[in-house]
Design a protein around this ligand. Structure first.
Ligand SMILES: Nc1nc2c(ncn2[C@@H]2O[C@H](COP(=O)(O)OP(=O)(O)OP(=O)(O)O)[C@@H](O)[C@H]2O)c(=O)[nH]1
Ligand SMILES: [Mg+2]
Length: 454
């Protein structure tokens, strides 16, 4: 019999309420010893009902007025009997109620243990358990929606379907192991090859979304660079929608890098405003300019700002060369002023966006461009946004490798044992994604990232 676990499920700190969750076969028995109300004992309550009463300590002294919810097996988060106590949201009171639960036989839950039980008891699979964490930590609406879909099982279904298809190929192939004198007929073998090729393609498609998943989950960093006074800080503020960076008419205003995050089309973006590049006047500016370079190098994407109201100079040209990387967006700022900047013919091909941080002109187009570049190379080929994490992506790569080997074995007419062995490996790796095959290590790795109480 599993022991009964308890934890505070709400964040530490002061709030309206705090929730203490108890799960396991003794949950109701424990609640009976520490809850009093006019309606009798919790173990007599119907499932999914909520009751007003008091939590008492062992000398029957009332500790807090609470609402207690009874959730009976199997329709609960963990599928076990669960009791949730809503007490007043103070740091101390929640701890006191938890201490009472522990005193009466519950064990303090480990991080993610409620979700781990939901998985071990078969209510959710591993991708759904991971999605719980993604839902909690989602920074934007888009990441949130993608995580909700994974939680609901969209990724599981996709993976499970492929696993079943593979199983049917395996069944076909292995049927021949028992009858070695019968070769797989060329027609059937051709069919199996087509099916296997299509499974590999689906796995590759899934893998191709891993970049998008990483970006939605973790976001990207964008450095804003350029000469002094071109409007980098003004642009940073325009993108954030707040006056985060100091803007003045004096060149050299920003001396240190300034970081701030924003939600750009559902992608968490960390913008880094940097010191304008020029010959440093003083030590502080020199350090700042070095930091600008580092920000440029370390960022995923760079916005290079030029001032359209000034003539193009050799310095601009040098900076264009210096700040060159694959993901760069050129913007010509101060579009509201008379235009003097003419790009030299040899660099006229650069696709620069005209913007004005003063009037807001072009800012939305710039946001679209940031979105497009961030998600580039990750075709959204499914009817839902997939949140592939590193674990999935690593398993997908291994599965694809094994199945490609199986395919080439098939094409080379290798022995049925060899082919089936390879397909089995692929099959088992795909199973790892949804948690059909797991190890203690893997579970430890996944659930230790959770918060206590989830
Ligand atoms: N007319 C006009 N002025 C702008 C625009 N954007 C910025 N400015 C002005 O340009 C000056 C410099 O702006 P900043 O945002 O401080 O420029 P910066 O690139 O951060 O400058 P440093 O921090 O010195 O490198 C300020 O006086 C801004 O008001 C714009 O689109 N149009
Ligand atoms: Mg600045």
């Amino acid at each position: 019999m599993e022991d009964t676990i308890a934890a505070i499920s709400t964040p530490i700190g002061e709030g309206g309420i705090a929730i203490i969750r108890i799960s396991g076969s003794q949950a109701l028995a424990i609640a009976d010893t520490m809850f009093v109300s006019t309606k009798g004992l919790p173990s007599t309550y119907r499932s999914h009902t909520i009751h007003l009463g008091r939590v008492i300590n062992e000398s029957r002294q009332p500790l807090d007025e609470v609402l207690l919810t009874v959730l009976r097996h199997p329709y609960t988060y963990t599928t076990e009997d669960t009791v949730e106590i809503n007490c007043h949201g103070g740091r101390q009171i929640a701890r006191t109620v938890l201490a009472e639960c522990l005193q009466r036989g519950a064990r303090l839950a480990e991080p993610g243990e409620f979700t781990k039980r939901a998985f071990l008891n078969g209510r959710i699979d591993l991708t759904q358990a991971e999605a719980v964490m993604d839902v909690i930590s989602a920074k934007t609406d888009r990441a949130h929606m993608a995580a909700e879909q994974a939680l609901e099982g969209s990724l599981s279904r996709k993976v499970e379907k492929l696993r079943q298809q593979l199983l049917s190929i395996l069944a076909h192939v292995e049927a021949h192991i028992d009858f070695p004198e019968e070769d797989i007929s060329p027609a059937i073998s051709g069919e199996l090859e087509i099916e296997l090729t299509s499974i590999i393609a689906s796995l590759e498609q899934l893998l191709a979304t891993s970049k998008e998943g990483k970006i939605l989950r973790e976001g990207i960093s964008v450095a804003i660079v350029g000469r002094p006074n071109v409007g980098k800080s003004s642009l940073m503020n325009a993108l954030l929608g707040t006056e985060r960076s100091i803007v003045t008419a004096t060149p050299g205003t920003t001396r240190d890098t300034i970081e701030e995050s924003a939600n750009i089309r559902g992608i968490p973006v960390k913008f880094i405003d940097t010191a304008g590049i020029r010959k440093a006047r003083g030590k502080a500016e020199e350090i700042g300019i070095n930091k600008s370079h580092n920000a440029f190098i370390e960022s995923d994407l760079c916005i290079h700002v030029l001032d359209i109201s000034r003539l193009f100079s050799k310095t601009d040209f040098n900076l264009l060369k210096r700040f060159y990387k694959k993901n760069v967006i050129y913007v010509l700022n101060k579009y509201d002023l008379p235009h003097k900047l003419i790009l030299p013919t040899n660099i006229q091909h650069i696709d620069a966006l005209k913007i004005s941080t003063m009037t807001g002109y072009g800012i939305e187009v710039l946001k679209d461009r940031i979105e497009k570049i961030s998600l580039n190379n990750s075709p959204v080929s499914f009817d839902f946004e997939v949140l592939i994490n590193e674990r999935h992506s690593e398993a997908l790569q291994r599965a694809i490798k094994a199945l490609k080997l199986a395919l080439s074995d098939m094409q080379k007419n290798a022995s049925i044992e060899v082919i089936s062995q390879q397909i089995r490996i692929g099959f088992s790796i795909i199973g790892e994604i949804v948690g059909k095959t797991t190890t203690e290590d893997l579970m430890e790795k996944i659930f230790s990232k959770f918060c206590i109480g989830k």
